[in-house]
Ligand binder design. Structure first.
Ligand code: ATP
Ligand code: MG
Length: 417
C-alpha cells in the first residue's frame, strides 16, 4: 500500500498535546482579555505585497520563507508568515484606524524553513497588538501581559531581553557606522552574510552564526545613536518596568528579524543554547501603517511561538479535569436505553464525558476498552437494566457496582460528582 504522509515540516497535533495546547491558549486568551484585548481573525491568505512591503526585502521571511502562489489571474498571494501585517491591513480596511485597538489572535502561520525541533513549516502563534498609543505605557502594557501570563501559569517571571533600536533616522546613521565596521571583517563572512551586509546590514546583528556573533560583540552599539526622544521613551519604559518589579536585561545587539520595528524591541528565550530558543518576540512599530501607505498610527505588540512555549511550560499546564464514563451495552437491541441513559448523564454536569461502545462485544472485552481509555466509571446496560428501567454503574477503580433507576440518574451524578 502506498504510504500517505504529511507535507515536510507540517505536523499533526494529536489529542494529548492538543488538549494541553487548548488549556494554554485559554490561559493566554483570558490573560489578554483581562487587559481589554479582543479577538481578531484574519485570513490565512493575503496579497503577497502586504508582507513584502511590511516585513521588508532582505529579511529571511520575504527572501526565502514565504509560501507564495499565483491565482488564476496571476496575482501573487501568500500564506501568512506572521500576524502583525494582517492586523494592520484589517484595521485599515475595516475603518477602525481612528480607534484605540487592542487585539489578540491565535492560529497557524507558515514559513518554508529547514524543519528541526522548535522550527516547523506550519507553526502556531498567539499574539497581541495595541494600536493608537505612542506613550511608553503601551510598551509597558504588552510586557505586563507577558509577565501576567507567566504569573497565571504559576511560573517565575521570565527574563525579558530588551533594547531600543531608535527611530528610522537613528537606524540609518547607525547602519552606516555598522557597515564601516563590518567591512573590516568581510573575509570572515559567508555568502549569506555578505548579501545581508549589502541589502540589510542590521539583520547581521540578528545572526545565529557563532563566528559572526563574536564579530558583532565588538561592534558599535545602536544605543549610542538613538535620538533624545527614543532614549527618553526607552528610559520611561524601563522605569515603568522597574516600578512594577518586572525584571529585564538590556541587550544591546537585539534588533529582531523584521523591518518594521522601531524604538522598543524585546525577546524572551527558553534559556537553551540553540537557534530555536526564542519563545516570545515583539516591539514597537510606529512606521508600519505609513509603510503600507496609510495614516501614521503608533503600534506595539508581541507574538509567542506556541509549539516552543508549550514545551517550555508543559509541566505547569494542568489538564482539564473531567469524569470519563464508558457506556457498555451488551446487545444492540438495548441501544435506545443506552443512548438515552448517555444523554441523561451528559446533561447532569458539564465535566462528564460519556463514550458509547457501539460494537456490542461481550462484557469482558468492553470493560477492557474502558480500562484502556482510563475511564473512571463504566455504565452497563443488559436485559435486567432495560426491564427495570435502570443502569448499573461500576467503578473502574474499586470494582464496586450500584444499580440506579433512570429517574434517579440526575440526583446521583449531582450528589456524587
Ligand atoms: P527565529 O529567530 O527563531 O527564527 P523569528 O525572529 O523568525 O524567530 P518571529 O517572526 O519574531 O520569529 O516569530 C515569533 C515567534 O514565533 C518566535 O519567537 C518563535 O517562538 C515562533 N516561530 C517563528 N518561526 C517559527 C517556526 N518556523 N516554527 C516554530 N515556531 C516559530
Ligand atoms: Mg525566523
Amino acid at each position: 500500500m502506498k504510504k500517505i504522509q504529511s507535507v515536510k515540516g507540517m505536523h499533526d497535533i494529536l489529542p494529548d498535546t492538543a488538549s494541553k495546547l487548548r488549556v494554554l491558549e485559554n490561559l493566554l486568551i483570558n490573560t489578554s482579555e483581562s487587559f481589554g484585548y479582543d479577538e481578531i481573525r484574519t485570513p490565512i491568505l493575503e496579497n503577497t505585497d502586504l508582507f513584502t512591503k511590511s516585513i521588508g526585502d532582505g529579511t529571511d521571511i520575504v527572501e526565502k520563507e514565504m509560501y507564495t502562489l499565483s491565482d488564476s489571474k496571476d496575482r501573487l498571494i501568500s500564506m501568512r508568515p506572521e500576524g502583525t501585517a494582517s492586523c494592520v491591513r484589517a484595521v485599515v480596511e475595516n475603518g477602525l484606524q481612528d480607534n484605540i485597538n487592542r487585539f489578540w489572535y491565535t492560529g497557524p502561520f507558515f514559513r518554508h524553513e529547514r524543519p528541526q525541533k522548535g522550527r516547523y513549516r506550519q507553526f502556531h502563534q498567539f499574539g497581541v497588538e495595541l494600536f493608537g498609543i505612542s506613550s511608553p505605557e503601551a510598551d509597558f502594557e504588552v510586557l505586563n501581559i507577558i509577565v501576567s501570563i507567566f504569573k497565571n501559569l504559576k511560573m517565575k517571571s521570565p527574563k525579558i531581553l530588551i533594547n531600543s533600536i531608535g527611530d528610522i533616522e537613528d537606524r540609518n546613521k547607525y547602519t552606516t557606522v555598522l557597515v564601516e565596521y563590518l567591512n573590516k571583517y568581510k573575509n570572515d563572512l559567508d555568502k549569506n552574510h555578505l548579501l545581508k551586509l549589502e541589502r540589510n546590514p542590521l539583520r547581521i546583528l540578528d545572526s545565529k552564526d557563532e563566528k559572526v556573533a563574536e564579530i558583532i560583540s565588538n561592534a558599535p552599539s545602536i544605543s549610542q545613536f538613538i535620538s533624545k526622544d527614543a532614549k527618553e521613551h526607552f528610559e520611561e519604559t524601563l522605569l515603568l518596568l522597574d516600578k512594577d518589579n518586572i525584571k529585564y536585561e538590556i541587550s544591546g545587539n537585539l534588533v529582531r528579524g523584521l523591518d518594521y520595528y522601531n524604538k522598543t524591541v524585546f525577546e524572551i528565550t527558553d534559556g537553551e543554547n540553540n537557534t530555536q530558543n526564542t519563545i516570545c518576540a515583539g516591539g514597537r512599530y510606529d512606521y508600519l501603517f505609513e509603510t503600507l501607505g496609510q495614516k501614521s498610527t503608533p503600534a506595539v505588540g508581541f507574538a509567542i511561538g506556541l509549539e516552543r512555549f508549550l514545551s517550555y511550560v508543559m509541566d505547569n499546564i494542568e489538564n482539564y479535569k473531567s469524569i470519563l464514563i464508558y457506556m457498555i451495552c451488551l446487545d444492540q437491541k438495548f441501544k435506545f436505553h443506552a443512548i438515552s441513559a448517555s444523554d441523561i448523564i451528559r446533561n447532569c454536569e458539564s465535566n462528564i464525558r460519556v463514550v458509547n461502545d457501539f460494537n456490542y462485544s461481550n462484557l469482558k472485552s468492553q470493560l477492557k476498552k474502558a480500562n484502556k481509555l482510563s475511564a473512571d466509571l463504566s455504565v452497563i446496560i443488559g436485559s435486567e437494566e432495560v426491564d427495570s428501567d435502570s443502569i448499573l454503574i461500576k467503578s473502574m477503580d474499586t470494582g464496586d457496582q450500584e444499580k440506579i433507576g433512570m429517574s434517579e440518574i440526575g440526583n446521583y451524578f449531582k450528589k456524587e460528582y
